[in-house]
Design a protein around this ligand. Structure first.
Ligand code: SAH
Ligand code: SF4
Ligand code: F3S
Length: 440
């Protein structure tokens, strides 16, 4: 029996898929990347923007014929789209061949729901919300032998006015600190060298625990785990990224000096409408403090352009922020109205053409900034965790991996370097990647 699992969206979904595949493997399924041989096809979905949803519906449409040929094939939707209100009814109308709809808080019910479908042949769904962190020790098929994702918080309480996540992932729940540290130790024992601590806003980790705990305490404890060479975290919220956290990172050896701080906009008016809870000046002061403490820090960000009511002047403030901060890279998104969020019913929605134009301008500005930042790394030697062979299978071959600052590097080296921290001289910096060669 074969199972095909496709993951859309963010690292939270990537991690959930590892658990989903772990459960499927325990049920006796082999994981395949070939849909046509699969006995079960699961889409772990995202609804952060409209495009993400459209992709899933078009994938589902393409499966109609396969399902007709193979009536026993189970097709399932899980993840954030599954948790949206009215999804069961929508699927009945648009994709009646779906057999399973499973919410973001019901992962552990997967084996039972599949067994029910096999038994009764009828549609099964569970999108109820437990309000609790998921059970510990779900089976897991991890993607990499060197790098691992580890959940620290689930859900989000921030209610940025454009964002669907709080509605589909529930209230913020922190995982018990001992459980997190125990998982980190176990991963280190299996050879994992880099971990990424995951949450929608990791900086408020532990506030809801009794007794309460904190993000800075967690990263300091993670830093002391033998064998872990890099500790990363995703995502920070600039409002909650306190000086206390920055000062705590300074005391650590392995917490990466990479600061991903999604700013979203450079205009105070827009930031306020987004309910982000900080101003442009606050953000600039935060980055300045980080750079004072860590002169080599890389700072990256996310932007949304075309938020309702965003004027040309607001947008110019975003463009000027790109220049002022000098982000080494940025994710740039065009605002996508999400049903049920406050921003979707705000006045002055920006027409698609204007949103597209702003996105193109912002991308161009950021590409220039990225290239300028990368060019400064020419001839420097950086340390790369080599985690993939990206070309050639003999020696020498091309390998790829990331620096501490999260730069993607492609370099010539030996297959035996896989899983190692390799010194690489940068020979050819480009906009998206750095090219180089291993220094031995
Ligand atoms: N919790 C994280 C990740 C949120 S989703 C955070 O707060 O950063 C990742 C990015 O998607 C966000 O940072 C934002 O830039 C973008 N995003 C979220 N909702 C969006 C929407 N409705 N339209 C366009 N981009 C959106
Ligand atoms: Fe969405 Fe804001 Fe929560 Fe991030 S912090 S997930 S953007 S509501
Ligand atoms: Fe998408 Fe859900 Fe992540 S909506 S971005 S997969 S939390």
């Amino acid at each position: 029996m074969y199972a095909y699992v496709e993951t859309f969206g963010c690292q939270a979904n990537v991690r959930d898929s590892e658990n989903i595949m772990g459960m499927l493997a325990e049920m006796g399924y082999q994981i395949t990347s070939d849909q046509s041989v699969a006995d079960i096809i699961l889409f772990n979905t995202c609804c952060i923007r409209e495009k993400a949803e459209q992709k899933v519906f078009s994938r589902l449409g393409a499966l109609r014929a396969l399902k007709q040929r193979k009536p026993d094939l189970i097709i399932g939707i899980c993840g954030c789209m599954a948790q949206q209100e009215g999804m069961a009814a929508l699927l009945r109308r648009k994709a009646g061949h779906v057999d399973l709809l499973m919410g973001t808080q019901r992962l552990s019910r997967l084996p039972e729901l599949i067994a029910q479908i096999r038994l009764s042949g009828t549609f099964q769904t569970d999108t109820s919300e437990t309000g609790a962190p998921p059970e510990e020790n779900l089976p897991s098929l991890r993607r990499s032998p060197y790098k691992a994702l580890v959940n620290i918080t689930y859900g989000c309480d921030n209610y940025c006015t454009y964002c669907v996540v709080p509605y589909v992932r529930g209230r913020e729940r922190s995982r018990n600190m001992d459980a997190v540290l125990e998982e980190l130790r176990a991963l280190s024992r299996t050879g994992i060298r880099e971990v990424t601590l995951l949450g929608q806003n990791v900086n408020t980790y532990g506030r809801d625990l009794d007794p309460s705990s904190s993000f800075h305490a967690l990263i300091q404890a993670a830093d002391r785990i033998p064998g872990l060479r890099r500790v990363r975290y995703l995502t920070s919220h600039p409002r909650d990224f306190s000086r206390q956290i920055i000062d705590a990172i300074k005391e650590t050896q392995h917490v990466c000096r990479h600061f991903h701080l999604p700013v979203q906009s450079g205009s105070d008016r827009v930031l306020e409408m987004m309910n982000r809870g900080y101003t442009r000046d606050y953000y600039l002061a935060l980055v300045e403090y980080i750079r004072r403490v860590f002169p080599q820090a890389t700072v990256t960000t996310d932007f949304i352009v075309g938020f309702p009511g965003e004027t040309d002047e607001d947008f110019r403030d975003t463009l000027s922020l790109v220049k002022e901060v000098g982000f080494s890279s940025a994710f740039t998104f065009m605002y996508s109205p999400r049903k049920g969020t406050p921003a979707a019913s705000m006045e002055n929605q920006i027409p698609l053409a204007a949103r597209k134009e702003r996105l193109a301008l912002l991308m161009r500005a950021q590409e220039e900034a990225s290239l300028a930042h990368h060019t400064r790394l020419k001839d420097r030697v950086v340390e790369v965790l080599a985690d993939e062979i990206s070309g050639g299978d003999g020696a020498p071959c091309m390998l790829s991996g990331k620096t501490e600052g999260n730069h993607s590097v492609v370099f010539s080296g030996e297959p035996s370097m896989l899983g190692e921290f390799v010194p690489v001289r940068i020979t050819e910096p480009q906009t998206w990647i750095l090219k180089g060669e291993a220094v031995c």
